[in-house]
Design a binder for this molecule. Structure first.
Ligand code: GTP
Ligand code: MG
Length: 170
């Protein structure tokens, strides 16, 4: 029969990587050029039907500003899934993403489904991180990787769908 699954999902990543924009695209189908920097964290929920199940994502969109770093464990603790976001035009944001992966692998739920999102994939001319580099990192650390664009919607539903498929069926 059809299963209902509730899944807590957290987005982590550098300031301006596009966490809020990805959530806004996924939940409301919208994009804004001047998205405000998140204060603390914001909560959203969205339901997705996948094969045999209906997954209700309970999404925590965290703030990338360093002063909020100490709040992050409240959001990733007990999370079933995480999307670690970087901006393909900003190499420092990729380095920050790797730090988040390390922190989650040390402190997070060991069965957490983790996705690495190389966002702003529409800005090809400004690319600083190759897909090959990110894919190799993801493979080595047991994440799955996709390049996304909150602006064009490329791979946004797909990354949530891929997570939903990988969640343990209770
Ligand atoms: P914090 O809340 O400060 O941690 O940042 P954030 O990760 O939530 O980034 P946010 O979604 O606020 O996006 C930052 C800026 O990048 C905004 O001006 C967005 O419009 C822009 N942006 C986000 N995603 C994309 C994208 O896929 N393509 C392009 N071109 N711009 C994007
Ligand atoms: Mg934000």
């Amino acid at each position: 029969g059809n299963k209902n699954i509730n899944a807590k999902l957290v987005l982590l990543g550098d300031v301006g990587a596009g966490k809020s924009s990805l959530v806004l695209r996924f939940v409301k189908g919208q994009f804004v050029e001047f998205q405000e920097s998140t204060i603390g964290a914001a909560f959203f929920s969205q339901t997705l039907a996948v094969n045999d199940a209906t997954v209700k994502f309970e999404i925590w969109d965290t703030a990338g500003q360093e002063r909020y770093h100490s709040l992050a464990p409240m959001y990733y603790r007990g999370a079933a899934a995480a999307i670690i976001v970087y901006d393909i035009t900003n190499h420092a944001s990729f380095e920050r993403a790797k730090k988040w992966v390390q922190e989650l692998q040390a402190q997070g739920n060991p069965s957490m489904v983790m996705a690495l999102a190389g966002n702003k994939a529409d800005l090809l001319d400004a690319r600083k991180v190759t897909a090959e580099e990110a894919q190799a990192y993801a493979q080595e650390h047991g994440l799955f990787f996709m390049e996304t664009s909150a602006k064009t919607a490329s791979n946004v539903n797909d990354i949530f769908y891929e997570i939903a498929k990988r969640l343990p069926r209770v």
